[in-house]
Design a protein around this ligand. Structure first.
Ligand SMILES: CC(C)(COP(=O)(O)OP(=O)(O)OC[C@H]1O[C@@H](n2cnc3c(N)ncnc32)[C@H](O)[C@@H]1OP(=O)(O)O)[C@@H](O)C(=O)NCCC(=O)NCCS
Length: 183
């Protein structure tokens, strides 16, 4: 059950803004995750660990102190997406990409450009930290959205087993930041 009760119908504002996530946001993040990813839930401690390990990769979408979306991301190894609902332990010293663990908006804030905006913020952060590749697993029919943000699907034999916890429509994608003039 979500720790925070989130009423999707009240979150229809289009002027919300992204700000860096802080530890105190974890209840809101977990509450949104329980709604948006009800079929593939992750424990609150799993989400909290991402925030603790890489605060610069985590943002929340906020308006008037109400959080309606979040993104969690961190350095990781290419072609090696962590299984869902699993703690990372540490950020690997040989991380060679910036992994976008999850981006989730409550329904009322979708379609306003917020997702594209924060995808750009994450890409800029990854670039600042010296990474040339963004990676993620697209779920929930979001592949077209990620393609618009510069990602493309990668097929690799190593990936099949690693994607198995993400559901049938899971697709591993990468974005070559070095080849994208915007970053
Ligand atoms: C996917 C998601 C993050 C997109 O965020 P958003 O703020 O609604 O997207 P934007 O308004 O920034 O849309 C940017 C572009 O992507 C397109 N787009 C948005 N969602 C899309 C989708 N599911 N499939 C294809 N295109 C999509 C928009 O039409 C827009 O196109 P344009 O550049 O031609 O105008 C959001 O819908 C969401 O949280 N969905 C539920 C959780 C989820 O699936 N997360 C992804 C997990 S990998």
């Amino acid at each position: 059950m979500p720790l925070l009760k989130v009423n999707e119908m009240n979150v229809t504002d289009r002027s919300a803004h992204w700000r860096p996530a802080i530890l105190a946001d974890i209840d809101a993040i977990y509450g949104i995750q329980c709604i948006v990813h009800a079929d593939y839930p992750e424990a609150c401690e799993v989400l909290l660990e991402r925030l603790e390990l890489c605060p610069t990769g985590c943002f929340v979408l906020e308006k008037d102190n109400v959080v309606s979306g979040y993104v969690l991301s961190h350095p990781w190894r290419r072609l090696s997406p962590p299984p869902i609902d699993t703690r990372l332990g540490v950020i690997p010293a040989d991380a060679d990409s910036w992994y976008l663990h999850d981006l989730a908006l409550l329904r009322g804030t979708r379609g306003s450009g917020a997702g594209a905006k924060v995808a750009g913020l994450i890409a800029a952060q990854a670039r600042r930290d010296g990474y040339q590749t963004l990676a993620l697993v697209s779920v929930n029919g979001s592949q077209g959205f990620w393609e618009r943000q510069g990602f493309s699907m990668r097929r690799d034999e190593m990936l099949a087993a690693k994607l198995s916890t993400y559901g049938d429509d899971a697709v591993y994608m990468e974005h070559d930041l070095a080849g994208d003039a915007r970053f």
